[in-house]
Design a protein around this ligand. Structure first.
Ligand code: CA
Length: 236
């Protein structure tokens, strides 16, 4: 009997040789019923938790029995009793942004990584580090919109540096058009603006290779561009 037990322990040791504790984790545990956990990418004590959102009323953002994904946001909590966080949602889409049906067979997830493919040919990948996360390595797009708090009347200049394309609209007017597949490139434009809030829309996409997006502005009496500060951006 002791010999059999020894052989059994040896077999278990060989099977587990080279595997890390994280390899044993099923990140979908607790994502159904009232478990309120999420399967997305996060590292221990990480500042961001990139994960799919299937419903705005689900406390973790993800419910296993749901069949559509609204988008992928950057902050989530596991095990809470009320909806919270779910900030900075990136939505999947080609021509129209809409909730996309998905199958669990097309999902892959492990600690620090999540991937899902949709029938429309869109694939989303999420990774995370202690202080930042990346929604995909290639083939993704961002749409930023909200209100820009302009501190003074005058003709304002805006500049974009991007890889690949990007374009900026202010009050519905295209101010900077740097669209297209290209290496890092800069473009600028001007628009007269009054002091106060103005609606802006900034679109960006990456095809392959490097990714870069920088948005700066130049005040009417200034001779240099500075990054648009976060304190000047509002959403309501
Ligand atoms: Ca690129």
């Amino acid at each position: 009997m002791r010999k059999h037990i020894l052989f059994g322990l040896l077999a278990l040791a060989l099977l587990s040789c080279g595997r890390q504790p994280a390899d044993q984790v099923n990140v979908f545990n607790g994502t159904d019923f009232a478990g309120n956990t999420y399967p997305g990418a996060v590292v221990p004590f990480g500042a961001v938790q990139l994960s799919p959102d299937t419903d705005v009323n689900t406390t973790s953002g993800y419910h296993y029995r749901h069949d559509v994904i609204l988008g992928f946001s950057h902050t989530h909590l596991s095990g809470t009793g009320c909806p919270d966080l779910g900030d900075f949602l990136v939505t999947p889409g080609l021509d129209v942004v809409e909730p996309l049906p998905f199958s669990h067979q097309d999902e892959q997830a492990r600690p620090g990584y999540y991937k899902v493919s949709f029938a429309k040919g869109i694939t989303a990948e999420l990774t995370a580090t202690p202080h930042a996360g990346a929604p995909a390595a290639d083939h993704f797009a961002y749409l930023f919109f909200g209100y820009l708090d302009v501190p003074a009347d005058g003709v304002w200049s805006f500049a974009l540096r991007d890889d690949d394309g990007a374009a900026l609209w202010v009050d519905g007017i295209c101010v900077v058009d740097n669209d297209g597949i290209h290496e890092p490139a800069e473009a600028e434009g001007t628009i007269p603006l009054g002091k106060g809030l103005h609606y802006y829309k900034l679109m960006y996409f990456d095809d392959e290779g490097g990714q870069e997006l920088a948005w700066s502005w130049k005040a009417p009496e200034s001779d240099r561009y500075v990054p648009v500060p976060a304190k000047s951006l509002y959403f309501k």
